[in-house]
Write a protein that binds this ligand. Structure first.
Ligand code: GLV
Ligand code: MN
Ligand code: MN
Length: 435
């Protein structure tokens, strides 16, 4: 992280932000659970289709040309006159959420991109190259288990033969739901698989995202730029034992996979806390956030317990060491419990260093409005990381999150910080579009 930014008044010159407010309020009710206030925009669901319909309508109102690939990714183009199709600039994010997620993770980047186009047009900017606004599919991986599934398929980071057989908790296959709700529109019916040509060799991808920690809040800065993304992934730990009666089975006679799972969850937490303490704050993260119990009956020793481990660390080697250590402890405990263990890597994303040249260029441009813009590493995954790994020069703009809470209904950004984000994105895009 660079040094503290000067606290400045919000500088709102150079753009009427009313259209951002209108975009944001139109999107806000879609997929919101009335009881929790959280969002249930699960990949390829009716709620996501409604968000996409909002995006397509807003893009069309702006005369942007909407395209779609066979993986469910959308792209809306603002093309210069005379028309040029290649070497443009891409911005955007995702519209899906985790179950009971916040309003901002992903959606803020998409709404800000549309609002940034309005700001650039109000300024009379005439782009020398095309601007594409991307909406990547199933970024959270909440439905099919693979994070950034749309951008991974687009860039070839996941084999379509593996993706085609992915299925959700109800048994629906990815290949069968990608086109749901589209009819023949926007290229529905295309195959899953690499589609990087849709981006037409961009000179840059710039993704705006709410910060998912307290870095900017602590520095008193409304926006920041990303330096790196930690390596991260998901591993499925399946513990199998012997289902039996909770009353009549003696404690000594049990082969209870819940015990092996429970000890593994504690061991994962301890191992990551140790790494964090050794690194003075930022060593590793390990979380079991989803558990399936079979048969899931109150009065039965379970037959099997499957826990999904989310593990993260600054480097790809460090995350592998973390997972190997947790795996070893789980195996040892399984021997003691008389259970068996199978571990499957579901989704592994290496560490990412964002393009330093692009970051410095944007920092210099943003300094005129915001002063010294903080540069932060993030532990959260993003489509930006997938595009960077595929060789697209990539940058991220973060918007301050006053509490740092994310993947929760309590996720929040102040309206003035969202408006500052729109202007930051508009400035960054203007820098890249006109030169
Ligand atoms: C996505 O938000 C992730 O980091 O899991
Ligand atoms: Mn996100
Ligand atoms: Mn997220």
């Amino acid at each position: 992280m660079s040094g503290p930014a000067a606290v400045r008044p919000q500088p709102f010159e150079g753009g009427d932000l009313a259209t951002f407010d209108a975009l944001w309020s139109a999107l806000a009710p879609i997929g919101r659970d009335p009881h929790t206030g959280g969002y249930r925009r699960i990949g390829f669901s009716a709620a996501v289709r409604a968000c996409e319909a909002w995006f397509v309508a807003e893009a069309s109102q702006r005369d942007l040309v909407v395209e779609r690939d066979g993986n469910g990714n959308l792209l809306a183009w603002w093309r210069p006159e005379p028309e040029r199709v290649d070497h443009g600039v891409i911005t955007g994010s995702h519209l899906d959420s985790v179950p009971d997620g916040g309003a901002y993770d992903g959606a803020l980047g998409v709404a800000s991109a549309l609002a940034a186009v309005d700001v650039l047009r109000q300024r009379g900017v005439r782009p020398a190259r095309p601007l594409g606004i991307a909406v990547f599919a199933e970024e959270e991986g909440s439905r099919f288990g693979v994070a950034c599934l749309g951008s991974k398929l687009m860039t070839g980071a996941i084999d379509p033969a593996r993706a085609v057989v992915l299925h959700d908790a109800e048994g629906a296959r990815l290949a069968d739901v990608v086109d749901d709700g589209y009819g023949q529109a926007f290229g529905a019916g295309r195959q899953l698989g690499p589609s990087l040509e849709l981006l037409r060799q961009p000179i840059a991808y710039v993704e705006l995202h709410i910060e998912q920690g307290r870095g900017l809040a602590d520095l008193g800065a409304p926006i920041g730029l990303a330096s790196t993304i930690w390596a991260h992934g998901r591993w499925r730990f399946r513990f199998a034992g012997e289902g039996n009666h909770a009353g009549t089975t003696r404690m000594a006679d049990r082969r209870d996979p819940m015990l092996t799972y429970a000890m593994t969850a504690l061991a994962a937490n301890k191992r990551a806390r140790l790494a964090e303490a050794e690194a003075g704050g930022d060593g590793a993260r390990a979380t079991f956030g989803r558990v399936e119990v079979e048969p899931n009956a109150a009065n039965a020793v379970p037959t099997a317990v499957t826990g999904c481990l989310d593990a993260r660390a600054p480097t790809t080697d460090a995350v592998q060491r973390l997972v190997d250590d947790i795996h070893r402890q789980a195996r040892d405990r399984a021997v003691r419990d008389g259970t068996t263990l199978t571990v499957t890597a579901e989704s592994v994303t290496p560490a990412v260093d964002f393009d330093p040249g692009l970051r410095h260029r944007l920092a210099a441009r943003l300094a005129a409005r915001f002063g010294d813009v903080p540069v932060l590493a993030t532990q959260a995954g993003h489509d930006a990381g997938i595009l960077a790994t595929a060789g697209v020069p990539t940058a991220m703009i973060f918007v301050r999150n006053p509490t740092g809470v994310s993947h929760s209904p309590a996720e929040h950004a102040e309206p003035d910080d969202c408006r500052a984000g729109v202007l930051a994105l508009a400035d960054a895009l203007e820098e890249l579009l006109v030169r």
